[in-house]
Design a protein around this ligand. Sequence first.
Ligand SMILES: [Zn+2]
Length: 260
Amino acid sequence: MSMDNQRKIYENPRMWGRTPPQTVLRRTELTTMAVPADVRTILEVGAGDGLIIDALCKTGYAPVALDISLNALEHINTNMRVQGQASQLPFKDNSFDLVLGCELLEHIPVSIFQSVLNEISDVAKKYIIVTVPYQEKLEWNNARCPACGCIFNGAYHLRSFGEKDMKSLFTEFKCVSLVAIVDVLHPDRTIGFELFIRHLLASEYLYCSPSVTCPLCFTPIDKRPSRNWIGWIAAGIRYCYRIINRRKTPLWYLAFYEKS
Ligand SMILES: [Zn+2]
């Protein structure tokens, strides 16, 4: 996917300004609680529609919000908004005591992933806070475009993170705390066998949302495809698996880094 397409999917106005679920509100609360007392200046890279920025403003900070999407930034009630790329931050080195990258890194294409980490590390003077989905099974949320057949993670997540990945993200910053947060009965939990039947045999991809468009041809993915009998078998397996597996799992990692 080109960078232009990458930007265009996030300019979809239907993606922003929706009421967040309780789990996301809890994540926002835990993220803002992790901000150390000696922090004066904050940058959030990938601020989206500003859930964390708003929470920080309420506690007396004047954070700077950067996002690739102008339509996302429209929702933020602060003048400190910058449209820009995470891989080319328009700030000098050590400009902010703390840099936040929350629900950002899983969206970054492999071609610019390292430069995004380098940029965050350069502009951060003391601390970095990162949140990402906890050991995400990317294929659970696959969507299929009915127009061009493109198969993609419906949340546009391109990468999954484990404990090792999180602890070694930055070279100049040390991971001093890594916690798994917000335990739930994961709404998309399933097993590989069920996905094999659903995706490969029934060609059925469940993910659809009014806010999602195909990253290649921009067709809205807002309707579930019709289900054939193989799809019904997959649905039965999923249902049984969920009755057996009632184990709660965390939704996100919250990682805190300090300059070493
Ligand atoms: Zn398409």
